[in-house]
Ligand binder design. Structure first.
Ligand SMILES: CC(C)(COP(=O)(O)OP(=O)(O)OC[C@H]1O[C@@H](n2cnc3c(N)ncnc32)[C@H](O)[C@@H]1OP(=O)(O)O)[C@@H](O)C(=O)NCCC(=O)NCCS
Length: 324
């Protein structure tokens, strides 16, 4: 249960244009109780949003006959909640919750960075899924894409998500994931790169603009402020950066595939010997990364696809699910 927050803007949902009966559940009673309302997300919702993500992950695992994932470390949870809360500050027009009475049913969060739009999160509580709530939230998030030249979504394998993203006009790009323990004997010696920090955010912008038309500098700055590390290459006209946590490349950009490969190796070199790394959403344009993962003896397997409209998939680039 979540109560109305004093001072939070109450913006009752306006049905999206078009096929209103199917396009929106607002005002209907899908669970037979209170009507569903979409409201702007405020920071205070973040812990409850994290609970919905956990509930959805547990339900998905049970449906697949697996044990629900064990609770993560408290600091990881805190970081996750902080990240969810930040969307209400950076992208208030792209962050929405669905409620019925005092119950929080689901949420959607999208980012805008200049002409770039990306869907960061779309989750409905497992008890309320398949009743049109996800579609309504997505429509709100898509309204925030108005005027954007590029739209992207990194998705799960949920067929409901795939259906709505494809019908929203984005092109599907099949993708793989790479996971496992890095074979440290495969790590190349003499890799280029140095530790990066906030003073390298101009380099992030310089690399990102030709690559994807918008800079991730603000988001990289946030990731560094919550404990991620960055490795930077800036040598002989070759530039690139990778933001890393526990050996996982959170996001990467480079001028060329060879620099991107060196940076991915740098990320894997930062993994602890007994720790697993997890990389998601590498499309055909990330073939250079698949080569590194195979050389590091990671397991490469099919994963949720990337959806893109208005541009091609950048090459020497690894997307973050939140910041692309
Ligand atoms: C994906 C998710 C957000 C969709 O929200 P939802 O409220 O459950 O879905 P909706 O009821 O709005 O249905 C979405 C579409 O899927 C269709 N659908 C329902 N069940 C389906 C199924 N088994 N296979 C294919 N399509 C299905 C619906 O008909 C609807 O399409 P339509 O509006 O064109 O008719 C939600 O199920 C969820 O939280 N899943 C787990 C988390 C996740 O994977 N999120 C996506 C991250 S990118």
């Amino acid at each position: 249960m979540i109560d109305d927050e004093p001072g939070a803007p109450v913006q009752e949902a306006r049905p999206p244009a078009g096929d209103q009966a199917r396009a929106s559940v607002e005002g209907t009673r899908p669970a037979g109780d209170e009507p569903v309302r979409l409201r702007p997300m405020t920071e205070g919702y973040a812990p409850a949003l994290a609970d919905i993500v956990d509930a959805a992950a547990a339900a998905e695992a049970r449906a697949a006959g697996r044990e629900p994932p064990a609770p993560g470390l408290p600091e990881r949870h805190e970081r996750f909640v902080k990240g969810l809360a930040r969307f209400a500050l950076t992208d208030p027009d792209g962050a929405w919750v669905a409620r019925a009475g005092g119950d929080l049913l689901g949420f959607g969060q999208a980012i805008r960075r200049e002409g770039f739009w990306g869907l960061a999160m779309l989750f409905v509580h497992p008890d309320r899924q398949s009743r049109g709530i996800g579609r309504s939230l997505l429509d709100r998030c898509l309204a925030y894409a108005e005027g954007a030249s590029v739209r992207m979504i990194m998705t799960s394998q949920d067929p409901r998500a795939l259906r709505r993203y494809a019908l929203a006009g984005l092109d599907i790009h099949p993708a793989v994931k790479a996971a496992g323990k890095v074979d440290r004997r495969a790590l190349p010696s003499g890799l280029p790169g140095r530790d990066g920090d906030e003073t390298d955010l101009d380099l992030v912008t310089a690399v990102d603009l030709p690559l994807r038309g918008a800079s991730r500098a603000g988001d990289v700055g946030f990731l560094l402020s919550v404990g991620a590390r960055m490795t930077v290459v800036d040598r002989g006209g070759r530039r690139g950066f990778v933001v890393v946590r526990d050996g996982n490349p959170l996001l990467l950009g480079a001028d060329d595939p060879a620099t991107a490969q060196a940076l991915l190796w740098q990320a894997f070199a930062a993994a602890k010997e007994d720790a697993d790394v997890d990389c998601y959403c590498w499309t055909a344009a990330q073939g250079w990364a698949v080569g590194v993962a195979l050389a590091a003896r990671l397991t490469v397997a099919p994963a949720g696809p990337l959806f893109v409209a208005g541009g091609r998939v950048p090459g020497p680039w690894l997307p973050s699910g939140w910041y692309f």
